[in-house]
Design a protein around this ligand. Structure first.
Ligand code: AMP
Length: 479
């Protein structure tokens, strides 16, 4: 199939594709669109960068052309917020000349506007499973008109532990629907899930071995663990790369790398699981706009972001799973673009690198940077060992607890002082009464005489109850 026109898509969709400047369908689009247009279920092996988003959106949008407004017809399940935002952006681009509306149902932002999307019946909901289940707790979140379900990056959802959530989501959906199932790899649990969800699916590209998109220059930089940060700085300073998306293994390493680069004068943003939605958005926008030269990130965003003009991906740490390598590197070569993917490998990571080379079917070239001092002493310790970090957290917590305890004790002391003060005041009150004949507490047994005449109350001696009870001589009075 060589043109979008030959796919017989609705003219408004062809116009949108034309405006996006897409010259022809990508292979997955050419394969997936015809059977999807016929209403068939799909099981497709496709990774980020292949054009898979339009491969499921275009046939669905085509079928929705005459759909009434105000009913949710499509649910796209996707693993990350960033990916959801990306899909919604693609939807808005492709549906620009149609009345079709879309909304993202994702964590990290307020539920209110998303509730509105349910109530008003946005045509397409693009959701992460956890937040969707939160909404399903409420009566407004019903999808009786749903006709299309897309599972995007199913294997990544498996990695992120979403499989039970997906099964729960399925219980809320009509069983009569068209389901399009996309996954970059097909591990056993994904095959099982696809069997549960799909009816006589057309399968696409299942035998194809996952391989990074063409056009990427991949290279490996052997370097000791301690010098990775300095090597990255060196490559940035030398102008080897103008900007880079840098993946590290942990949030801590992302933070440490960002601190190091910042101190070295490189504008850097970071993005990982502990960052708020606002911080993530700022990081991504800032990187796209060129405010940050480096975006340091953990795996979580590897598949979720689209940085179209990006030239360089740096694997600061070798990904433990070959699939992760393929997905990450896929960031740099979207559609026809080209990019570089550098992987820093320390001796302990050689085994993981060999697994990647096996998966992609070739050995990657090793590069030694001629003017980098591989024997230099690291300027600072890059990673604080976990035991030390835990000890620091414990010490901080202990200090916080001690402070809270001292505060409580001080409060209790103040309360007790206040109680004493009140007691004393009460004890003094009869003496200060304008009707009192003589000082109260010292008056001891004479209190009865202080009762003013005509103060009411038939019971003689009632006046004694005024003021603290005291026995003769001012001591506590026995009851
Ligand atoms: P994805 O859908 O995540 O695989 O991303 C593919 C990227 O390529 C996105 O940035 C799309 O905008 C772009 N793209 C999708 N289809 C085409 C096409 N037929 N020609 C050129 N670019 C495309």
């Amino acid at each position: 199939m060589s043109s979008f026109a030959s796919l017989k898509l609705h003219p408004t969709l062809l116009q949108a594709v034309h405006e996006l400047g897409w010259p022809k369908p990508t292979p997955i689009q050419a394969d997936a669109i015809p059977p999807a247009l016929e209403g068939k279920d799909l099981l497709a092996c496709a990774s980020t960068g292949s054009g898979k988003t339009a491969a499921f959106l275009l046939p669905i949008l085509h079928q929705l052309m005459s759909t009434p407004r105000g009913q949710t017809k499509v649910l796209v399940l996707t693993p990350t917020r960033e990916l959801a935002a990306q899909i919604l952006e693609d939807l808005n681009d492709l549906a620009v000349h149609t009345p079709i509306t879309g909304a993202a149902i994702i964590g990290g932002v307020r539920m209110g506007p998303q509730e509105h999307a349910f109530r008003s019946g946005a045509t397409v909901l693009v959701a992460t499973p956890g937040r969707l289940l939160d909404h399903f707790q409420h009566p407004y979140a019903k999808l009786p008109h749903l006709e299309y379900l897309v599972l995007d990056e199913a294997d990544r959802m498996l990695d992120m532990g979403f499989l039970p959530d997906i099964r729960k989501v399925l219980r809320h959906l009509p069983t009569k629907r068209q389901t399009l199932f996309f996954s970059a790899t097909m591990p056993d649990p994904i095959v099982t899930l696809s069997r549960e969800m799909l009816k006589q699916p057309v399968t696409l590209n299942l035998e194809r071995k996952a391989a990074p998109a063409k056009g990427i220059t991949q290279a490996v930089y052997p370097v000791s663990q301690e010098l990775k940060a300095s090597l990255l700085l060196h490559l940035l300073n030398k102008g080897e790369m103008a900007e880079a998306l840098v993946f590290t293994r942990t949030k801590h390493r992302t933070n440490r790398l960002a601190e190091f680069l910042e101190k070295s004068g490189v504008p850097v943003a970071r993005i990982h699981g502990n960052r708020s939605q606002g911080q993530r958005t700022d990081a991504l926008d800032g990187f796209r706009e060129g405010r940050y030269r480096v975006l340091a990130a953990t795996d979580i965003v590897a598949r979720g972001i689209d940085v179209t003009a990006l030239g360089h991906v740096v694997n600061f740490d070798v990904p433990a799973m070959p699939e992760d390598y393929i997905h990450r590197v896929g960031r740099t070569a979207r559609a026809e673009a080209t990019g570089d993917a550098f992987t820093f490998v320390c001796p302990e990571e050689e085994a993981d690198l060999r697994a990647i080379e096996k998966a992609i079917g070739r050995r990657l070239p090793r590069i030694t940077v001629p003017d980098f001092d591989y024997k230099a002493k690291p300027v600072q310790r890059f990673e604080v060992p976990i035991a030390e970090r835990i000890a620091a957290i414990r010490a901080r917590k202990a200090e916080e607890r001690a402070r809270a305890k001292a505060k409580l004790e001080r409060k209790a002391q103040l309360a007790s002082e206040e109680a004493d003060r009140r007691t004393r005041k009460d004890a003094e009150r009869p003496a200060r009464s304008p009707h009192a004949g003589r000082p109260g507490p010292s008056g001891g047994g004479q209190q009865g005489g202080s009762r003013p005449a005509g103060s009411g109350g038939g019971r003689p001696g009632r006046g004694r109850r005024r003021g603290p009870r005291r026995g003769p001589g001012g001591g506590p009075r026995p009851q």
